[in-house]
Design a protein around this ligand. Structure first.
Ligand code: UDX
Ligand code: UDX
Length: 479
């Protein structure tokens, strides 16, 4: 039973995913007088968010659970009552997924706004009175215009006596998974784009519960939307830049860790986002770069499009070159060989596998005939299988490879890194989980087939520790 709280603001968030869930948990925690209702069309997701034992919470994020326990059932509720919550809300956050289009105009590049459009239509139909609609999903520039158009058409066509008024704001999320709660509690900045100052102030008043006013940046709608794409493009560019240098380090004898430290000491460059790795993953970087290049081409800026596209090209190249190194070191033949994969999430401290470099790298190895033994502390077996199946669905030529027809025969899931290492020729570390930093290599070496290789793409191992146990080691950016 929901309480009536001492506030004139009632929030509805559509989408109980990696963005909507943590964002609303933090708002509910920081604003106890505001009623926050998170809705989702997926009943299983909602059931899991409401799990009494807190064992099935659908996303793993450090520090999420204590906040959820403090707020759920008090001023935070999860349900599938999309229409009802829309009709009661003063502010509606749209946090639905906007994946890259698979078919039609802009396929493989533009975002699929189908879900977002659907939300706008639901809001147009069911909202009452004054409603602020906040676009939080990452979207191409000018998406707010689509939402506005749908809402305005409803306002004009509405034949009922009750008038509806909508204000559309852009309030992009900058949380990084694995660090989401901290990012939300102590953001570098909050960005609110729009043209209705009252609506902007109302949304701002929520964040002002815990964010200093000077960190709340107010812009027009399009600046806000473009800033989100640009921020992610800049971050991704840093990773591709350092990854391109990692290959040069391996050839020249320089050490990428030392180079990162040396350049990061320059305040103008800074020491964040210059860790070399197997390439960036996650739901945003690739999609946002694709959106940006699509937008530039659409407006005739082909040089700009080419520039940003190169960031993606380097990312693909980095992933490909890792599987090539593994094959090369294992005597140019991995057919029938067992390889352990340590880490499937796209980064540590999340169970998210979207665009994880592990997917492409594993598929390359499987395609070459390897049998994989996969370990990840948080990603479930079913999620890995789904990621492989989705990959094959989008890669028609691989789909016909006989070895891949029965996927379950070419990989297995292990709860223990020790069991995953038994009889393997190599271990490939792809995610920087902290427990990979403290592996007892002596024990692992004993159960591996010799010569035993470790490929560390996240620079988490202590090279002396690994090598002293007889293991051959290849480290990204060191060779
Ligand atoms: C977010 C952003 O919103 C997206 O723009 C960004 O690029 C990726 O991150 P995220 O929270 O990570 O999305 O996605 P996801 O975990 O898939 O959650 C989206 C939720 O929206 C799902 O639970 C889905 O069931 C729900 N949904 C989708 C609705 O409730 N209604 C819809 O119409 C569509
Ligand atoms: C990103 C942005 O950081 C966030 O602001 C935005 O709103 C959503 O997209 P996220 O994708 O969750 O967040 O994680 P992030 O920490 O940015 O990492 C993205 C990818 O880059 C990961 O695969 C990570 O391993 C990789 N990465 C990051 C590196 O390879 N090196 C680095 O130095 C940093």
């Amino acid at each position: 039973m929901q309480k009536v709280l001492d506030s004139n603001i009632r929030i509805c968030c559509i989408g109980a995913g990696y963005v909507g869930g943590p964002s609303m948990v933090v708002i509910a925690d920081k604003c106890p007088e505001i009623l926050v209702n998170v809705v989702d069309i997926n009943p299983d997701r909602i059931k899991n968010w409401n799990d009494e034992e807190y064992k099935e919470i659908p996303i793993f994020e450090p520090n999420l659970l204590p906040l959820l326990k403090r707020t759920r059932g008090k001023n935070l509720f999860f349900s599938t009552d999309v229409h009802q919550e829309i009709s009661l809300a003063d502010i509606i956050f749209i946090c639905v997924n906007t994946p890259t289009k698979q078919i039609g105009v802009g396929a493989g590049r533009a975002s699929n706004l189908q879900w977002l459009e659907l939300c706008a239509r639901e809001i147009a139909t069911h909202a009452k009175g004054n409603t602020i609609v906040v676009e939080k999903s990452t979207v191409p520039v000018k998406t707010a215009e689509v939402i506005k158009d749908i809402l305005i058409t409803e306002t004009i066509n509405n034949i009922s006596k009750e008038k509806k008024y909508f204000s559309v704001l852009s309030n992009p999320e900058f949380l990084s998974e694995g660090n989401a709660i901290k990012d939300l509690q102590d953001p570098d900045r909050i960005l609110i784009g729009g043209d209705n100052i009252n609506a902007i102030d109302k949304l701002s008043s929520i964040y002002e519960h815990w964010v200093p006013k000077d960190k709340i940046i107010k812009t027009n709608l399009w600046s806000s939307e473009l800033s989100k794409l640009t921020a992610n493009a800049f971050l991704a560019q840093r990773i591709s830049s350092i990854n391109s240098i990692s290959a040069l380090c391996e050839i020249t004898g320089a050490d990428i860790k030392e180079v990162s430290k040396a350049i990061g000491g320059d305040k103008r460059i800074g020491n964040k986002f210059i860790s070399s790795g197997p390439g960036f993953g996650g739901s945003c970087f690739k999609k946002d770069l694709l959106n940006l290049t699509y937008l530039c081409e659409y407006y005739g800026l082909s040089e700009v499009a080419l520039y940003w596209n190169q960031v993606l090209e380097i990312n693909n190249w980095q992933q490909k070159r890792i599987s090539k190194v593994v094959i090369e070191k294992l005597f140019r033949n991995i057919s029938g060989k067992k390889i352990a994969i340590f880490g499937f999430a796209f980064k540590a401290d999340t169970n998210d596998t979207r665009e994880s470099p592990s997917i492409n790298i594993c598929m390359d190895l499987i395609n070459e005939g390897a049998v994989l033994k996969i370990h990840d502390p948080k990603v479930k077996e079913i999620e890995i299988q789904k990621a492989f199946e989705d990959f094959l669905e989008n890669n028609k030529e691989l789909k016909n490879n006989k070895k891949l027809i029965d996927l379950r025969k070419v990989w297995n899931y292990y709860d223990s890194i020790y069991d995953a290492s038994k009889n393997v020729d190599a271990i490939l570390i792809l995610t920087e989980w902290s427990n990979y930093k403290t592996i007892s290599w002596e024990e692992i070496y004993k159960v591996m087939r010799k010569p035993a290789w470790v490929f560390d793409t996240r620079l988490v191992t202590n090279p002396d520790e690994v090598k002293k146990n007889g293991i051959k080691l290849w480290v990204l950016g060191q060779g």
